[in-house]
Design a protein around this ligand. Structure first.
Ligand code: PLP
Length: 401
């Protein structure tokens, strides 16, 4: 007997549970397109060369110690992370209006930001896109915010429901928080155009809605770090305030190192100092201070111009391979004369394609073809290769005919 005898079995996580099921499948042709992690053309996880080099430098440095970091993390890492997303010439950085704290990857940054807002911001409602990354509603609810959604994706066009988005944000209460995917929206792969971003910005600023950007894919969408930060930089350029959660999981391949940052762009330098002091009170009782290794890797790369350039080349290599997978999958369906319009595969951006396959078709493809994806029909393009695309195209063809 146990004091926990009455405990119910919890369901698997909808995204990570796909990998659990995949691991149990003995089929030699199985393909995991569930989790958003980059794979090489050989289907292997990738450690970037520049990351290996940075790690070697860290290990060979005799003055390296394993002391605790401050509550706010590695100072160099924080400065360089803000510069990476906001731009080197960002007025907010130059005016010392940005408070940045190192957090446990993107998820931890979102959670710390959510907890901070629940404690110190006057409006507790956060609007998240419909659909969005499955963890968003849980992170913000447990942080103490009230989660609502705004229209984002139109299944009919497989594109942005821009009118619905403007209507929903237009009728949100003044001051409400709005979660925005900086680029490469997960799971849809649909981003607003720069013109649309400008309209969103104007609407949000006119209603004093507070932007909370989630940037998990900077550089992964277009292959350019600066281009993928344009949406964010528009909102910083107008002088207004915002929150920013950054992850290095995908763009530096540091998934398990859990390295990310939360930045709060404030109206003035003295507010930023007080904001940082309160962020420390959020972090200290949660995990005390963040881990040192991943942040040291990132700081080593970001502060050396040769290593930074090497990183951008490797990053573009990953982005380009994903873009080529889109084209190959699209071509394979065309060759098979698979019914339907599949142009969204090449139009969507970033790591995922939101295929439009329904949960029955997803189940069929798992059962008959050993292809694993989330039940909403999202596939990770980064998990595909020239070898697995024909198998996937066969499966999709069979699922829709
Ligand atoms: N936000 C979005 C939209 C994501 O897709 C992810 C990862 O899949 C994350 C945040 C957080 O990832 P991590 O905590 O691994 O940085």
């Amino acid at each position: 007997s146990s004091v926990f005898a009455g405990l119910a079995q919890a369901p698997e996580d909808p995204i990570l549970g796909v990998t659990v099921a995949y691991n149990k499948d003995p089929s030699p042709v199985k393909v995991n397109l569930g989790v958003g992690a980059y794979r090489t053309e050989e289907g292997k996880p990738l450690v970037l060369n520049v990351v290996r080099r940075a790690e070697q430098m860290l290990i060979n440095n005799p003055s390296r110690v394993k002391e605790y970091l401050p509550i706010t993390g590695l100072a160099d890492f924080n400065k360089l992370s803000a510069k990476l997303i906001f731009g080197a010439d960002s007025p907010a950085i130059q005016e010392n209006r940005v408070a940045t704290v190192q957090c446990l990857s993107g998820t931890g940054s979102l959670r710390v930001g959510g907890e901070f807002l629940a404690r110190h911001y006057h409006e507790r409602t956060i609007y998240i896109p419909q659909p969005t990354w499955g963890n968003h509603p849980k992170v913000f609810t447990l942080a103490g915010l009230t989660v609502r959604s705004y229209r984002y994706y139109d299944p009919a066009t497989r594109g942005l429901d821009f009118q619905g988005l403007l209507e929903d944000l237009g009728s949100a209460p003044s001051g409400a928080i709005v979660l925005l995917h900086a680029c490469a929206h997960n799971p849809t792969g649909v981003d607003p155009t720069l013109d649309q971003w400008e309209q969103i910005r104007q609407l949000m600023r006119s209603k004093a809605l507070l932007p909370f950007f989630d940037s998990a894919y900077q550089g992964f969408a277009s292959g350019s770090l600066d281009q993928d930060a344009q949406s964010v930089r528009m909102f910083v350029a107008d002088g207004g305030e915002l929150l920013m959660a950054q992850s290095y999981a995908k763009n530096m391949g540091l998934y398990g190192e859990r390295v990310g940052a939360l930045s709060i762009v404030c109206g003035s330098a003295d507010v930023a100092v007080r904001v940082e002091s309160q962020l420390k009170l959020v972090i200290r009782p949660m995990y005390s201070n963040p881990p040192i290794h991943g942040a040291s890797i990132v700081a080593t790369i970001l502060k050396d111009s040769a290593m930074f350039n090497e990183w951008t080349v490797e990053l573009k290599g990953m982005a380009d391979r994903i873009i080529s997978m889109r084209q190959q999958l699209f071509d394979a369906l065309k060759t098979r004369e698979t019914p339907g319009d599949w142009s969204h595969i090449i139009k969507q951006i970033g790591m995922f394609t939101f295929t439009g396959l329904n949960s029955d078709q997803v189940a069929f493809m798992r059962q008959e073809y050993h292809i694993y994806m989330t039940s909403d029909g999202r596939i990770s393009m980064a998990g595909l290769s020239g070898r697995t695309i024909p198998h996937l195209a066969d499966a999709i063809h069979a699922a829709v005919t």
